[in-house]
Design a protein around this ligand. Structure first.
Ligand code: FAD
Length: 445
């Protein structure tokens, strides 16, 4: 834990226009909590930046005093590494500006996925949203980012055109895909985590999508096998514009259920034709599929938006054979609440010079359990480990879905880890910027 005298934090209050909380403040504990309430973190201060200048002032202060700064817009991906650091909240960096003719968006670092989707939808455009409308676009993009539309357009990070960043010494810099001098920094931002520079704004490429067809079909557990087989059959030949996720759901107090969640970048008629095999399944309990704007995508999976204690684990799968279906469906997922299989492929597997590289595995699985107590978290982790051991996992994972027991080496190839290590040494030798995941220090001696 960093111990700086109160007078030093009083000085910080004079340096930034935004709010500063320190342990003596009544609501300090509350403002320092992450979205994932299972993660306990004890920052030494919390700063809500009013603008990019505040971020620069904060980093100059932190560098002068040798205190780490952990950027945490919401804490969906909290790992507990913010302990002793100054926690930077970016929610006031909330501007969204769309250039419809260039099909780009410029967003502040605190913008949540749902907010960008609403702004883009007004112009018949879309960004690359994931399942949750409340994660920040920057947080997901810096971890690569798996979107509903990744099969059509690749990693969220591959859409980054430019960024405004602040380096550890407080220097503000604009990095642009057009400028060869920025190539290293931009590469690190395109899925290398958030430990090289703090982003204050991003410029992203958008795509046309006046409306999409999508929603959730829900069945009772009795139909598990046939629903899973139908999901597998549709995904075997789906065009890149169609994305299906299969979910085993078991909410406390209710019976287990199965869902197929889908989105299609195209007409309702074409979508219904591609999904025709689901019409031959037993009648669903519910079917929310409809023509919607891309602003409504966050409602499909109905994930919790308010803070909750959770334990997640993701794996990339090399296939989905019968043995994998046996593992997913053979025994109840309890104490897990959701096991989601996402169809990948398409543009995910196209060449990408991002830190992760192409995502060639055809499926990802994301397992989520409530972790209200340490015992509950342990039980969820044990069930996740059991399922992972029974599934054909490739052994690596996307950064945006890493949990706090994992690290960058679970996601990135050695060559990318080495390049990130080098960049950390160049841009942040005093290791002031604290990402969710450690970039190992270079070997000494
Ligand atoms: C319910 C749920 C659904 C999810 N769905 C998806 C999904 O569909 N696709 C997907 O890819 N991921 C998904 N995720 C994972 C999510 O994208 C990651 O947890 C992501 O890190 C969240 O970003 P955040 O900013 O909201 O969270 P935070 O935990 O606040 O931030 C995550 C990390 O990003 C970095 N960071 C954030 N902002 C900045 C910045 N301005 N400058 C530098 N570094 C920064 C920091 O290292 C920070 O610790 C989901 C997570 C949950 C809990």
């Amino acid at each position: 834990m960093t111990t700086l005298p109160q007078t030093t934090f009083d000085q910080l209050r004079t340096l930034v226009r935004g709010r500063v909380w320190t342990p003596g403040d009544a609501d300090f504990e509350q403002v320092g909590r992450p979205w994932n309430l299972a993660v306990v973190q004890a920052p030494c201060a919390v700063v809500e930046a009013a603008d990019a200048d505040d971020v620069a002032s904060l980093l100059r202060f932190a560098s002068a005093h040798g205190v780490p700064v952990a950027t945490q817009p919401s804490g969906h991906g909290a790992t507990g590494r913010a302990g002793g650091a100054i926690l930077l909240r970016t929610s006031r960096l909330d501007s969204v500006s769309i250039d419809p003719s260039a099909m780009t968006a410029r967003i502040g670092a605190g913008v949540r996925s749902g907010d960008l989707q609403r702004a883009a939808a007004a112009h018949g455009l879309t960004a690359l949203p994931g399942s949750s409308p409340v994660v920040t676009v920057v947080g997901a993009a810096l971890g690569g980012g798996l979107s509903w539309f990744g099969r059509a357009f690749g990693w969220v990070a591959d859409s980054i055109r430019a960024a405004d960043v602040v380096l550890a010494d407080g220097t503000a810099r604009h990095v642009d895909a057009e400028n060869p001098d920025d190539a290293d920094l931009l590469w690190a931002l395109r899925g290398g985590g958030g430990a090289i520079a703090i982003v204050t704004a991003l410029e992203l490429r958008l795509r046309p999508a006046a409306t999409v067809f999508g929603g959730r079909q829900l069945w009772p557990a009795a139909h598990a096998r046939v629903v899973a087989e139908t999901f597998r059959a549709i995904t075997a030949s789906a065009p890149d514009t169609l994305t299906l996720w299969f979910e085993v759901l078991h909410f406390p107090g209710s019976e287990p259920m199965l869902a197929i969640d889908s989105t299609f970048l195209g007409t309702e008629e074409a979508a219904r034709e591609l999904l025709r095999a689901t019409d031959d399944l037993p009648d669903p309990l519910a079917d929310t599929r409809a023509v919607m704007t891309v602003a409504d995508l966050g409602q499909i999976t109905a994930e919790p938006t308010d803070p909750v204690p959770v334990r997640s684990r993701a794996e990339l799968l090399t296939g989905l054979d019968d043995a994998a279906l046996d593992a997913l469906l053979g025994t109840p997922i309890a104490p897990l609440m959701a096991v989601q299989v996402r169809h990948l492929g398409g543009a995910f597997a196209h060449p990408s010079d991002s830190p992760h590289g192409p995502l060639t595995e055809p499926y990802a699985v994301y397992m989520l359990g409530v972790a209200a107590t340490p015992d509950g978290e342990e039980a969820a982790a044990a069930r996740q480990a059991e399922l992972a051991a029974a599934l054909p996992v490739s052994g690596r994972k996307p950064i945006s879905l890493l949990n706090r027991s994992e690290g960058l080496s679970d996601a990135l190839p050695d060559s990318s880890l080495e390049r990130l290590r080098h960049l950390k040494g160049t841009y942040d030798p005093a290791r002031i910027i604290q990402g969710n995941f450690e970039i190992a220090a270079p070997p000494t001696g």
